[in-house]
Ligand binder design. Structure first.
Ligand SMILES: [Zn+2]
Length: 64
């Protein structure tokens, strides 16, 4: 297969596995104090439920 690996960075991009448009969603995992960063949101495929982590949604605790 010649599948080009496109990075999923925006809402509405097709899921790499099933082609469904991904949607923004609050991450399942709650922010934890023992980590330097957390994700403000993730991109989520409503069909196959795959979660894509977005670099631009990364937030550092030091910003607070
Ligand atoms: Zn999918």
């Amino acid at each position: 297969m010649n599948t080009k690996l496109t990075k999923i960075i925006n809402e509405g991009q097709p899921c790499r596995h099933c082609g469904t448009s991904v949607i923004k969603r609050a991450p399942k995992e709650k922010p934890r104090g023992d980590r330097a960063f957390y994700f403000e949101y993730v991109l989520w495929c409503p069909k196959c439920r795959r979660v894509y982590l977005v670099e631009s949604a990364k937030r550092f605790w030091s910003e607070n």
